[in-house]
Design a protein around this ligand. Structure first.
Ligand SMILES: *[C@@H]1O[C@H](CO)[C@@H](O)[C@H](O)[C@H]1NC(C)=O
Ligand SMILES: *[C@@H]1O[C@H](CO)[C@@H](O)[C@H](O)[C@H]1NC(C)=O
Length: 242
């Protein structure tokens, strides 16, 4: 609009100057000049209108861009905040996992053993008065199973898995009993029979206190057999401490 005002003033100035020309012979050419000036002025006005229109359009686009930028900045702020929150939670989770790892490593000592009866040639055990079976061929043992006595001693309070299998011939009762501190828990049992040989297996999860003793015993008049094929076995491990 200011450009328009300047142009208007300029034109007015020219019109004021014009009568000063005075001479008759110049009248026609001065009329023509006026017409030309007005026409020129109209062109300029149109041009200025067009410019103004362009400027308005540009301003509108600029405003849209500014709006968009503002919106995006808001979005970025929001995302940053969200990211920070997630980072905090992730950090807390990592910290928790670290603690859990440490405590579970502490709380779950590695306790396991596995053994079979015979460590060299064929072995018949029983019938006998000292009926505890001593499994001599040790496959693994973290130290709680004593291969000299056949006794597993629980190092910590916990739930323990025990599994065993027995094998024998038909001349005697065959099978064995899982004992805890002198008390029968579970067993395998086969009467003497005509089919030559028999095997059985069993397993249990026992709750033990530190110091409890677990071992296998023969039945009265019972016998079991083993060789390096590992027919008669005894295994156990800590499931978890309690
Ligand atoms: C652009 O934004 C300014 C400031 O908010 C406002 O005064 C102006 O009218 C807007 N222009 C257009 C074309 O929307
Ligand atoms: C998360 O942990 C990283 C690395 O330890 C640290 O740089 C960042 O500042 C922590 N972030 C928060 C939100 O606690």
């Amino acid at each position: 609009m200011e450009v328009r005002a300047v142009l208007l003033l300029t034109l007015l100035g020219l019109l004021f100057v014009e009568p000063g020309f005075g001479q008759r012979g110049d009248m026609e050419s001065s009329e023509w000049l006026k017409v030309e000036l007005i026409k020129n002025f109209q062109d300029k006005l149109e041009y200025v209108d067009k410019l103004q229109h362009d400027v308005d359009a540009l301003e509108a686009r600029l405003n849209m861009t500014v709006d968009e930028l503002t919106r995006q900045r808001g979005e970025v702020d929001r995302l940053n905040k969200e990211n920070e929150g997630l980072q905090k939670r992730l950090n807390a989770t990592e910290e928790e996992i670290k603690k859990l790892k440490q405590s579970s490593a502490k709380a779950a000592p590695h306790i396991a053993f596995s053994a079979s009866l015979a460590n060299s040639r064929e072995t018949y055990s029983g019938p006998c008065t000292e009926r505890t079976l001593v499994f001599k061929r040790v496959f693994s043992n973290t130290g709680s199973y004593d291969p000299n006595t056949g006794i597993f001693t629980a190092p910590v309070n916990g739930l323990y898995y025990f599994g065993f299998s027995t094998y024998g011939y038909n001349s005697h009762i065959t099978g064995a009993i899982l004992m805890k501190n002198g008390v029968r828990q579970i067993s395998t049992y086969e009467n003497p029979s005509a089919d030559g040989s028999d095997g059985g297996s069993n397993a249990a999860v026992l709750q033990l206190a530190a110091g409890d003793k677990v071992y296998m015993e023969l039945w009265d008049n019972g016998r079991v057999f083993d060789n390096l094929n590992g027919h008669t076995t005894f295994s156990g491990f800590l499931v978890f401490p309690v």
